[in-house]
Design a binder for this molecule. Structure first.
Ligand SMILES: N=C(N)NCCCC(=O)O
Ligand SMILES: [Zn+2]
Ligand SMILES: [Zn+2]
Length: 329
């Protein structure tokens, strides 16, 4: 077996060394990071784990998010170890690893939801922070359940999405990609005084959608608000709302304008740019981020890897926040 040369800093095993092995060759783990199982073979573990949740049985429109994890990994090959947006080297600060994909039943939503919760709990048993790559937005419910169990309290939520995803049912189904946050509110796994949607836009079924949403405690920073107020003001509003609560970030890639993320299942015009999204993330530095997901990437509708690259970069900035927090804990 050929040894793979890797970047090793502070004793942390980082990405494949791209000065020695071209980035387009070899297995695409996220950012060419080591696999968790390889670290475990050497008796090590990881502080931050990236896990794929290939599941799209909860979608109401275009299917295909089950191929999201492998697409985002493929689009993450060009990421580099130093993040000038945060002035940090996330993979040198702490050990980050790719834990592969969960094996999820595509024919039984309830079973898949329980597997996701169990797998998320197993992966965080050693105190690791989890970044999950979906998959459709249904997966956020079991991930929030697991995050609140680990935090020992309901978690704050920043939900980046064109949609509210607090609808009640579709065709009588309770567990879909349009309903995870209503279920999470009903189950008491999210903190009703620290919730905000960011980037919402597009037509709704009725005014009741907004009234119900507000009753669950959600604030809204719409896509239009980001345009009118600007990133700086939005960041300070979000920081005020979240305070020191354990925070979960759920990123539906359709929060970006279809020009920036065409490869998604329920696209809406008038979204933010990838630059605005990354700048908002960078403004959240220091908040008590305990977990995150990046969902709704559909390679079948992606062009020129636009959506995959946006999702890979957003994931990288989320990892940078997590790594910085853990390194300075
Ligand atoms: N993309 C997500 N997560 N949800 C959108 C549901 C919109 C609808 O079917 O009306
Ligand atoms: Zn959405
Ligand atoms: Zn969503």
């Amino acid at each position: 077996m050929l040894e793979t040369p890797r970047v090793v800093e502070n004793g942390n095993i980082g990405p494949v060394n791209s000065a020695k092995v071209p980035r387009y060759s070899g297995e695409p783990t996220f950012a060419l990071l080591p696999r968790l199982r390889d670290l475990e073979t050497e008796g090590r573990t990881a502080d931050i784990k990236i896990i794929g949740a290939p599941f799209d049985t909860g979608v109401s429109y275009r299917p295909g998010a089950r191929f999201g994890p492998s697409h985002v990994r493929q689009s993450s090959r060009l990421l580099r170890p130093y993040n000038p947006g945060t002035s940090t080297s996330p993979f040198a600060q702490v050990q980050v690893a790719d834990a592969g994909d969960m094996a999820l039943n595509p024919f039984n939503i309830k079973e898949a939801i329980s597997s996701i919760e169990e797998d998320a709990l197993a992966l965080t048993e050693d105190g690791a922070t989890l970044l999950t790559i979906g998959g459709d937005h249904t997966i956020a419910l079991p991930l929030l359940r697991a995050a609140s169990k680990r935090a020992g309290e309901p978690v704050a939520l920043l939900h980046f999405d064109a949609h509210l995803d607090t609808w009640d049912t579709y065709f009588g189904a309770d567990y879909t990609h349009g309903t995870p946050f209503r279920r999470a509110a009903e189950e008491g796994v999210i903190n009703s005084s620290a919730l905000c949607h960011v980037g919402t836009r597009g037509p709704l079924y009725g005014k009741k959608d907004l009234d119900d949403d507000e009753a669950f405690g959600f604030g809204i920073v719409s896509s239009a608000d980001i345009f009118h107020k600007g990133v700086g003001e939005v960041v300070s509003m979000l920081r005020d709302r979240i305070g020191n609560s354990p925070l979960y970030i759920s990123l539906d890639i359709d929060v970006l304008d279809p020009a920036h993320a065409p490869g998604t299942g329920t696209p809406e015009a008038g979204g933010m740019t990838s630059r605005e999204l990354l700048e908002i993330f960078r403004g959240l530095r220091g908040l008590n981020l305990v977990g995150a997901d990046v969902v709704e990437v559909l390679p079948g509708y992606d062009h020129a890897e636009l959506t995959g690259i946006a999702a890979a970069h957003a994931s990288y900035d989320l990892l940078s926040l997590m790594a910085d927090l853990r390194a300075n804990a």
